[in-house]
Write a protein that binds this ligand. Structure first.
Ligand SMILES: [Zn+2]
Length: 228
């Protein structure tokens, strides 16, 4: 039987921390622009994102990645065999050619497109900025995502000062106020940058959440989002 990605992570966790209770894990393949793999511990849950470029990687490579990510997180030594296996795979011609190709494709398509088929994100930003923020927020780069990923509705990327909204919302069956809510949420991320609270990253702070409640039809928008 071929283990799932989640099972691989659970087994590597067991191996690395035989006596610790097994952590709740969420593991997904993710469309990074490069071979990135990330792990985060949030409220006792482990969130893992593996580059989708590794979706077809052999089990031994996925096992190596699981080991490396978990070992790093829990400050355990990384087993040389795993480290070597992963390096070997990334360096292999097959993968570097694939990365190159995908980078090229994504790079070429990475022209910001605020104007969608139905909605223009810049117009929506400007209007919300007037209605809710006294026009005080500087408009970042507004762009529709290149794909139709559902797992990433919208996000604000502070490094590139960009708000990206998933293209699945650029359809006429999506009510405008639902899209407005998504953009409003990301605008709050712009207004309230992620800060450290003790050692924990505070993404949706109390003031963030209080201000989010000011959005009219908030509950309705969230309800519709679940049906899309
Ligand atoms: Zn958020």
């Amino acid at each position: 039987m071929i283990p799932t990605l989640l099972e691989i992570f659970q087994q590597e966790y067991r191996e690395l921390r035989p006596r610790a209770p097994i952590a709740e894990l969420r593991v997904e393949f993710y469309r990074f622009a490069n071979v990135n793999n990330t792990i985060r511990l949030r409220e006792g849950r482990l969130l893992v994102r593996i580059s989708d470029l590794l979706e077809t990687a052999p089990e031994s490579v996925l096992r190596a990645i699981a080991h490396i990510l978990l070992a790093k997180l829990y400050r355990k030594p990384i087993a040389p065999a795993h480290a070597a296996r992963y390096r070997q795979h990334v360096a292999s011609h097959h993968l570097s050619a694939k990365v190159h190709l995908i980078r090229q494709m994504r790079g070429r398509k990475r022209i910001a497109t605020a104007q969608g088929q139905i909605y223009n994100l810049e117009h929506i930003f400007d209007e919300l900025n007037r209605r809710f923020f006294h026009g005080l927020l500087g408009r970042p780069q507004m762009t529709w995502s290149q794909d139709h990923a559902r797992n990433h509705l919208g996000h604000f990327d502070p490094a590139h000062n960009t708000i990206v909204v998933s293209r699945i919302f650029d359809r006429d069956k999506v009510p405008r106020f639902v899209l407005e809510y998504l953009v409003y949420h990301e605008m709050l991320h712009l207004k309230y940058p992620v800060r450290l609270k003790g050692t924990r990253r505070c993404v949706h702070s109390a003031e963030f959440q209080a201000e989010e409640k000011l959005f009219p039809k908030l509950e309705e928008a969230r309800k519709v989002l679940k049906t899309l």
